[in-house]
Design a protein. Structure first.
Length: 187
């Protein structure tokens, strides 16, 4: 799995790219939780849930269904005062949080370790990897990260995730600037 740091980089860059204006203060902590939240399934191992189970690591919480459900709850409940249900703002937030949460499993599927991602849980617990897995898998927990190649993991993430995400972010900013310049002045 990529580190929580990398999932946070994706959350901030994609949030800044998706929403040009000021967002409510609660937006950023919620974005960070949605980006890294699927890894909370690691805690279930302490309650006897096996890695390969539906609710095991990279199972249900890494699925598309989980991303959609979490996003629906977050958008409807935590932003009800700012984005009325079904409004354009609501749909923008729902789409952003859905894609952000789903990006967690998508990025994990590019790693070179683990059992793969159950994208289609709860309908199917088959685990998938991408055909190309260049990202060094991170050890679970801080102690394991430090002991088992944390630096190599970070270098791999910077190369394969941070650089492309930041390049995409810069492209979005340049397009925004270009579009602002092309708007006719109000008369």
């Amino acid at each position: 799995m990529p580190t929580a740091i990398t999932h946070a980089v994706v959350a901030v860059a994609s949030g800044k790219a998706a929403f040009a204006g000021r967002m409510p203060k609660r937006f950023w902590p919620i974005a960070l939780l949605c980006s890294a939240g699927p890894d909370l399934d690691i805690g279930l191992m302490h309650y006897g849930v096996a890695y390969a189970d539906m609710w095991g690591h990279r199972g249900m919480t890494h699925s598309i269904a989980f991303a959609l459900t979490l996003s629906f709850v977050v958008t409807t409940w935590l932003f009800r005062d700012w984005a009325g249900f079904g409004s354009r703002r609501w749909w923008m937030l729902f789409t952003y949080f859905s894609l952000l949460t789903a990006s967690h499993g998508f990025l994990d599927a590019f790693t070179n370790g683990g059992l793969g991602i159950a994208f289609f849980a709860p309908l199917n617990n088959t685990r998938y990897f991408m055909p190309w897995t260049p990202i060094e898998v991170s050890a679970i927990g801080l102690r394991g990260f430090i002991k088992y190649g944390g630096l190599q993991t970070l270098i791999s993430e910077i190369l394969w995730i941070w650089v492309p995400v930041m390049a995409g972010f810069v492209v979005v900013l340049l397009i925004r600037r270009l579009l602002r310049r092309q708007r006719p002045l109000a008369q």
